[in-house]
Design a protein. Structure first.
Length: 222
């Protein structure tokens, strides 16, 4: 009688354990399905949002507006690449260098450029024209962020000072403060000129080049 009781108890415990294990497997499968659907939903919605933003912002002449529009959850992770893609659509020559904008606000812009074989000179350092393109792009963005939607800026002069061979990851930054209207009128009676300075540094924060750019700014109301 006692052995029969123990046998029944053992069988009941075994069935209970199997039922618990089955329920755990079902719960895990259900949670995994929900998690998978959630991840797929996030990925799909992110891709659709990126496509929509790229389509609506293509060809925009307001880079700061584009940069701020890309400051959305998840999309912000891909903002430098998306912005670089849109930038190449407006200015195709920018695609000749591997540039990523890292910081962008009104009057201030910072961009990084990776060292690529296609941008090197015979001396195994980054070519001067690649540095000039980096400086022009960053300086122009800093300037355009202070202009109106109908204003235009055309580069009329660039002076480059090279102080060190450029190798590795480079960082270019420009801080532009628009002059007062009265000062601008007195200093530039022949037209509206703006000057931006771009400093390019390497990984150890040594200055490798400095660019002085002069722009002819055409106001939309002119």
């Amino acid at each position: 009688m006692s052995s029969s009781k123990y046998a029944d108890l053992g069988q009941a415990l075994s069935e209970h354990f199997q039922a618990t294990l089955h329920l755990s497997r079902v719960a895990l499968a259900l949670e995994w399905t929900i998690l998978t659907r959630f991840i797929v939903g996030v990925v799909v919605s992110t891709l659709l949002s990126i496509i929509y933003l790229v389509w609506t912002l293509r060809g925009s002449r307001q880079p700061l507006h584009v940069w701020e529009k890309l400051n959305k959850p998840v999309i912000k992770l891909f903002r430098p690449k998306i912005f670089a893609f849109l930038l190449c659509g407006v200015n195709p020559y920018v695609g000749s260098i591997d540039i990523r904008i890292s910081t962008f606000s009104k009057g201030f812009c910072t961009g990084i450029m990776r060292d690529r074989q296609k941008n090197r000179n015979p001396f195994k350092s980054i070519h001067a024209t690649a540095l000039a393109t980096l400086a022009e792009t960053v300086g122009e963005l800093a300037l355009l962020s202070t202009l109106g939607p109908k204003d235009r800026a055309i580069l009329i002069e660039i002076k480059m000072e090279f102080t060190k061979k450029a190798r590795g990851l480079l960082t270019a930054s420009s801080d532009f403060t628009p002059p007062m209207t009265t000062e601008t009128t007195e200093a530039n009676e022949e037209g509206n000129e703006a000057k931006t300075v771009v400093v390019i540094k390497d990984r150890v924060l040594d200055t490798v080049a400095e660019a002085h750019l002069t722009w002819n700014v055409k106001r939309g109301d002119q």
